[in-house]
Design a protein around this ligand. Structure first.
Ligand SMILES: [Zn+2]
Ligand SMILES: [Zn+2]
Ligand SMILES: [Zn+2]
Length: 148
């Protein structure tokens, strides 16, 4: 883990009244190394010594502290990744068939257009926009090729 990430996570946990315990540190490290959204079962695969109950609990603490983001995919397998504040802004491709979630960065020009259009759309409803989340739902390459 980089010293910078370590300090940012520690500060967020402290602000939320939590310690940056060794098991929380390990979870942050697993998510950092994965570099893409992963499921709890993937965390347990890579760190078999961690108890499932503590992984659930600590992910919830990290999520509440703004360190971890949970991506809801509509099936039983929620995916987790480091929060955008600690990484960078991006979107997700979610496969409705197999539940795979992958990160996707939009071209800068598309983000610019969203940044121009969305605050206006929100303001028309008296809503002040902070940021946006936009997930693309469909079928992944593997699912579309095995379908045929
Ligand atoms: Zn799929
Ligand atoms: Zn992501
Ligand atoms: Zn965006």
């Amino acid at each position: 883990m980089t010293a910078d990430l370590d300090a940012q996570v520690a500060a967020r946990l402290q602000a939320a009244g939590h310690r940056f315990s060794s098991s929380r540190r390990e979870l942050v490290e697993v998510l950092r190394q994965a570099g893409q959204p992963i499921r709890i079962v993937d965390v347990l695969d890579s760190r078999p010594h961690l108890a499932q109950s503590s992984v659930y609990r600590n992910l919830a603490v990290l999520e509440a502290a703004g360190v971890v983001r949970r991506i809801v995919t509509g099936d039983d397998y929620a995916h987790f990744e480091l929060a955008e504040a600690l990484t960078e802004h991006h979107h997700h491709l979610i496969c409705a068939q197999c539940g795979t979630v992958s990160d996707v960065t939009l071209p800068a020009e598309v983000e610019h257009r969203l940044d121009a259009a969305l605050p206006e759309l929100a303001a028309a409803r008296g809503f002040v926009l902070d940021h946006h989340r936009l997930d693309l739902i469909g079928r992944c390459e593997r699912c579309t090729t095995t379908d045929r």
